[in-house]
Design a protein around this ligand. Structure first.
Ligand SMILES: Cc1cc2nc3c(=O)[nH]c(=O)nc-3n(C[C@H](O)[C@H](O)[C@H](O)COP(=O)(O)OP(=O)(O)OC[C@H]3O[C@@H](n4cnc5c(N)ncnc54)[C@H](O)[C@@H]3O)c2cc1C
Length: 497
């Protein structure tokens, strides 16, 4: 077993020449390295942090913000081996087929390929996040044994499923650095290099080829890496930052000839208490309320999601509505339940209510963006500024989904939904799902990377992670970005051959 290398203790000026340099040791970087472990190529995995949190390294993630209130740039991500998986929640769900489509009511939407491209990689991605057997949207007997799915009347909303990542020995999610550290060390052709901050990508004259990477440590050591191929896997904020800051040959930054790097940033807003769900008979299966372990080892939670057909006809974006907490109805709510149940002729004497929350897909917005500032971090890299925005249209679309849920409950004489007005400018939770800053498109005018995740115009530079998602869906990104990264691994095997 080889040890991790520490960039701080390599001789100053060391020059490394791997076949592939992977910049960033989070879920994307680790999944990619492991997928290429037996490819016969020398893989260098450069990770800024060590194996544990360190405040000086983390401070390089600091940045500033304008627009609506958002998570501080150094709070919503972690800078050490395993990346943000060191505090992720482990929620997993594949993207839906419609997320890949060009939706004419969603500007700049659509991927260069459909979900079929990712399907072959989902089983391994699911294995890496350790979320158990693949049950999403299935009618598996284990789900049926755990309770009854809400018998909504036919319509636009259906019960879909989250699954949860867990380590083998506990219910904590899989922390990639911790879980796969030994696998990285065991792989003869992978060299994991810790405390190695890539500070610049140096292009050859002409700008079509990455010649070398500058690497620095916080202790003042400097190294160079001259790889045949490079993959940026630093998370969606830092991928954009490194491209923008590497601007000595291409002035607007690498891949930024069309002013797209850092634009279209997105996250999933998770507004709470968006509505109240009332069920007249008070019966709700436990898997709607709590993460529920099944006999086959999976842990599931039900969510209410719009069908593709409904999304198309009603022109709504993706959303995953979840049941939050039991709530007491106020007088007005009680009166509404009495009046509605009487009108329907159903007994509501055992009615119960729950608050609903959701994870929403945002419209792509080029002005929701990351830019460089004049302020620098400890290694001289310009810090980021985020302009965060959300539009009333995002909420208006989601309200149409809630209205449909209410209609289906009434039509089934099951219950009702009371929608709460939501002010987008009030404090809101976020998924910390950073998306979209190096979007994928076959047309360089619309995307930073092509359908293989290669940066347009640079023959040996690729980007891994959710920064390449051109439209976002409402699913949690990590299992999906791993599937996409495994697909990139297959491409690189051929490219490096
Ligand atoms: C609180 C929280 C909860 C979350 N919950 C969920 C969830 O339930 N489900 C879900 O799907 N997702 C969740 N996420 C998001 C999830 O963590 C990310 O999608 C995932 O970690 C992204 O993986 P990545 O490898 O692309 O990037 P990262 O995890 O950000 O990893 C990037 C790596 O690159 C390294 N790096 C950065 N800059 C450099 C540099 N210049 N040189 C060298 N190395 C560098 C970093 O140290 C880091 O290790 C959550 C995130 C947070 C913060």
């Amino acid at each position: 077993m080889t040890a991790f290398l520490d960039a701080r203790s390599l001789p100053a000026g060391t020059s490394l020449t791997p076949d592939l340099a992977i910049v960033g040791g989070g879920p994307a970087g680790i999944a990619l390295a492991l997928s290429l472990a037996d490819s016969g190529h020398d893989i260098l995995l450069l990770e800024s942090g060590g194996r544990a949190f360190d405040s000086l390294t983390q401070a390089m993630y600091r940045g500033s913000e304008s627009g609506i209130s958002y998570v501080a740039l150094d709070s919503g991500r972690l800078r050490f081996l395993g990346g943000s998986s060191n505090h992720w929640g482990g929620w997993c769900r594949p993207l839906d087929a419609i997320d890949f489509e060009r939706r004419d009511w969603i500007p700049a939407s659509g991927w260069p390929f459909g979900i079929e491209e990712l399907k072959p990689y989902f089983p391994r991605a699911q294995e890496l996040v350790e979320a158990g057997p693949w049950l999403y949207d299935s009618a598996a007997p284990e789900l049926a044994a755990a309770g009854t799915v809400l018998p909504l009347a036919p319509g636009g909303i259906y019960t879909s499923w989250f699954q949860f990542s867990k380590t083998r020995d506990s219910v904590l999610p899989t922390y990639f650095g911790h879980r796969y550290g030994d696998d990285l060390k065991r792989a003869a052709k992978i060299t994991p290099l810790l405390h190695a901050n890539v500070t610049a990508l140096r292009l050859a004259p002409g700008g079509a080829h990455v010649q070398r990477l500058d690497v620095a440590t916080l202790t003042g050591n400097h190294l160079t890496v001259t790889p045949r191929f490079t993959v940026l896997a630093c998370g969606a904020m830092e991928n954009a930052r490194l491209l923008l800051a590497s601007n000595d040959v291409i002035k607007p930054g690498i891949g930024n000839q069309n002013d797209l790097v850092g634009r279209y940033f997105a996250d999933h807003p998770t507004p709470r208490e968006v509505a109240t769900l009332v069920l007249f008979d008070g019966g709700l299966a436990p898997f709607y309320v709590n993460n529920t372990p099944l006999k086959n080892g999976a842990i599931v939670l039900a969510a209410l999601s719009p069908h593709a057909q409904f999304a198309r006809s009603q022109r709504v974006a993706g959303s995953l509505t979840t049941v939050e907490n039991p709530v007491e109805l106020d007088e007005l709510g009680t009166a509404a339940v009495v009046a509605t149940s009487q009108a329907l002729g159903v007994d509501a004497s055992n009615a119960k209510a729950w608050s609903l929350g959701c994870g929403m897909e945002l419209m792509p917005d080029p002005d929701r963006r990351l830019t460089l500032t004049g302020e620098k971090d400890a290694l001289g890299l310009p810090r980021l500024k985020l302009e965060m925005r959300i539009s009333d249209a995002d909420f208006a679309q989601y309200r149409r989904t809630l209205v449909e849920l209410g209609r289906q409950l009434l039509a089934a004489r099951l219950g009702m939904v009371r929608i709460n007005p939501h002010d987008p400018h009030q404090a809101m939770d976020w998924g910390n799902h950073h998306l979209g800053t190096t979007r994928m498109s076959e047309d360089p005018k619309n995307g930073v990377v092509d359908a293989q995740a290669r940066v347009h115009g640079v023959d040996n530079l690729y980007v891994a992670g959710s920064s390449v998602f051109p439209t976002y869906g409402s699913s949690n990104p990590t299992m999906n970005l791993i599937a996409l990264t495994l697909r990139l691994g297959d491409h690189l095997k051929k490219a490096m051959a």
